[in-house]
Design a protein around this ligand. Structure first.
Ligand code: ADP
Ligand code: MG
Length: 663
């Protein structure tokens, strides 16, 4: 198999806290054997040398130099990464981290001849680092798997013949050939040929979809039985797959609020601990008359037990595990901050078309109003389909499919433009044709009058729960199209589940008419309806709701983008949905599966709970150990075990979030 495509270079990601004695791996690098296993290997080596040293020391009479050498090896394997991380932070970022504390403590222990304690410290420290690396590795491997989906080369069709070229060199409007069984290398539109495509890699939907000329395909999906020519519509680095990879990659860089707080705290705290230890080592012999060795030993104990290792790892151990869990369920959080936000949501606002409804509406009614044009049903639909072919709206898709089912060849349309939340306009056969709702025609100055035949037809269709589109031009309204947009079967259960999870209000925001909106809302169990909204009005409603609580906005369309960007949590439906929705949302439900929403909320709650447990636990342990180190004085080994033990427990507690649990 060909090697995965190297992505364009990214800044190196320094992940999580200073507490992970892990080489600074770059996520976009191809993950090699070393970067995957080095942390575990060095931790294991450290344990082996430590046990060997202890064993040799107790059981035999070998010269002390050999024991010392074994300890030195344990130090080296357990502490090398921590040492690098500490120095890099100190020199490059002028920042003191816990790695530095640990390395100082271990060296300090060695200077008072407590090699064993120092080695135990490093062994446990590197083990918790390895555990954390394991949690991170899941995300890294997910990225790598995604990158392997995308072929490196494509078959470019030129006038002089076929040529296999790297995908990065493809330009917009190039035409590529995709043979049966091949992975699609580009985002594009089918020009010629018919096929079925397995889109599960992008949409999660396992049923292959049929693809004819005019329809879109995504890079990373698998072509079925037909050979098709595809027009490239997105450059390689902008295609959907590349953007998903980018989201996954950057997610772990986006720190949550809690983590930013503990990070800021870490540096100052670490300096404080080093200062206090130095003070005890130097001051206690002078002021309290302790022996120097005694004071130094206590100072080292303090250094170890007061280190905030468990504290700084508390949050990332939980959030990174939860992010990996979410990704496995097709929930793409763009960062830990959004993960934390999902748990506090009190109000959920849904878009109607394509979100609460299936997004695969059926064309049911084509009603020509022939007075001005003489168009019959077929002619009307032929023209409408010609325009809608250029739109990516779910309603448009249903019209095009309806026309195809009736064996109609769509008319040619040019000068297409979409007005989000209202409709579309294009030139057909020399005149401008508009398709959309009342608002569209009002803004074009061709009001749909309440007592007109068009309004009567619309009324009849809406009473039957259908979504209505008017068709008209400069001369007036020439027809009405009716579409039955059925709710997603899971929607009522999802709403009920959100209520059980403590969401207080559910709201629908739609550009469709109030009558249809109310009917759908009643069917799925939505509390409040705002209908006939323009995109900026959706935004205004979300703003107002946000004064009453944290708001999640769930949507799929261009007209949802402003609201998605503003809400506490923007949720986009489907990675194959509209680009802007994918771009502006904070979470993407890849498989277009609404049931993932309650899952995300409850996962977030679990993560928040785990973080709180971890923080409370690690703070308590530090307080108890520091208090006893300063008062009664505890032996260093006990301090090491208490301190590192709590770190390991905190990481393990975080790793529990890798397990799925139903919402
Ligand atoms: P929602 O907010 O429920 O997702 P939209 O705002 O996308 O719905 O659409 C609102 C209304 O605008 C639709 O009911 C329809 O009348 C009109 N409309 C939007 N896009 C199109 C289109 N491509 N073709 C025709 N009508 C459209
Ligand atoms: Mg929509």
């Amino acid at each position: 198999m060909a090697p995965p495509v190297p992505l364009t270079s990214k800044r190196p990601t320094r992940v999580a806290s200073g507490c992970c004695a892990v080489p600074a791996a770059r996520v976009d690098e191809r993950e090699g054997w070393w970067s995957r296993w080095s942390a575990a290997l060095t931790a294991a080596l450290c344990w082996i040398f430590l046990l060997a040293a202890v064993g040799v020391d107790h059981l035999t009479t070998v010269p002390p130099a050999i024991v010392l050498a074994l300890y030195a090896l344990a130090y080296l394997s357990g502490g090398a990464f921590a040492c690098f991380a500490a120095l890099r932070d100190l020199v490059v970022d002028r920042h003191v981290n816990v790695d530095l504390l640990m390395v100082t403590a271990a060296i300090g222990a060695a200077t008072v001849n407590a090699w064993g304690e120092g080695a135990v410290l490093l062994a446990l420290f590197s083990s918790s680092g390895a555990l954390e690396h394991h949690a991170l590795g899941r995300t890294r491997r997910a990225v790598r798997a995604l990158m392997e989906l995308s072929p490196d080369v494509a078959t470019l069709l030129r006038p002089e013949g076929e040529e296999v070229v790297p995908v990065e060199t493809l330009a917009l409007d190039d035409v590529v050939l995709i043979r049966p069984g091949e992975r699609v290398a580009v985002d594009g539109v089918v020009l010629d040929g018919e096929t079925t495509i397995d889109q599960s890699a992008i949409t999660g939907e396992s049923m292959p979809v049929a693809r004819c000329p005019g329809e879109t395909v995504f890079a990373g999906t698998i072509n079925g039985h037909g050979a098709v020519q595809v027009l490239v519509t997105k450059l390689h680095q902008e295609n959907t797959l590349s953007r998903i990879i980018e989201i996954v990659e950057t997610a772990q860089d986006q720190k949550s609020r809690t983590q930013r707080f503990t990070d800021a705290f870490e540096g100052r705290y670490a300096v404080g601990v080093i200062g206090a230890s130095a003070l005890i080592a130097a001051g206690a012999p002078l002021l309290l008359g302790w022996s120097f060795g005694d004071a130094f030993y206590r100072a080292m104990t303090l250094l170890v037990v007061a280190s905030p290792c468990a504290l700084v790892i508390s949050t990332p151990a939980a959030t990174l595990s939860a992010l990996a869990n979410a990704a496995r369920h097709g929930i793409l959080f763009k960062g830990s901050n959004h993960l934390e936000n999902a748990g506090v949501v009190q109000i959920v606002a849904f878009d109607k078309t394509g979100t609460l409804t299936g997004g695969r509406p059926q064309l049911t009614d084509v009603v020509p109003l022939t007075a001005a044009t003489g168009w019959d049903e077929a002619e009307l639909l032929r023209r409408v389909a010609g325009v809608e072919r250029l739109s990516e709206h779910p309603l448009a898709t249903s019209v095009v499919a309806g026309a195809a089912a009736r064996g109609l060849v769509p008319a040619t349309a040019t000068a297409f433009r979409a007005i989000p939340g209202q409709g579309v306009v294009a030139d057909v056969a020399g005149s401008e044709l508009a398709i959309g709702n009342e608002t569209l025609f009002a803004s074009l100055g061709r009001e749909v009058l309440p007592d007109s035949p068009a309004a009567a037809v619309a009324d009849r269709l809406r009473t039957a729960g259908k979504t209505v589109m008017f068709v008209g031009d400069a001369m007036g309204i020439h027809g009405v199209i009716g579409v039955a947009d059925t709710i997603r079967p899971v929607a009522p259960a999802v709403i009920a589940q959100l209520k059980r999870l403590g969401v207080v209000r559910t709201v629908m925001l739609t550009g469709d008419s109030p009558r249809v909106a109310e009917a759908i809302a009643a069917e799925v169990g939505i509390d409040e309806v705002y209908a006939g909204l323009l995109p900026e009005e959706k935004l205004a409603v979300v703003r107002r709701l946000m004064t009453e609580g944290a708001v999640a906005m769930v949507g799929d369309g261009v007209n949802d983008a402003p609201a998605l960007a503003t809400a506490t949590l923007g949720v986009a439906m489907g990675a194959a949905g509209t680009d802007v929705a994918l771009e502006t949302a904070d979470v993407v439900l890849m498989a277009d599966d609404l049931t993932k929403l309650p899952y995300a909320v409850s996962l977030s709650r679990r993560a928040r709970r785990t973080i709180r447990q971890n923080l409370a636990f690690s703070l308590t342990v530090i307080a108890v150990l520091v208090a006893s180190a300063l008062s009664i004085g505890i032996p260093l080994p006990l301090g090491v075990v208490g301190h590192e033990g709590s770190t390991v427990l905190v990481v393990l507690n975080g790793l529990r979030l890798l397990r799925s649990r139903e919402a």
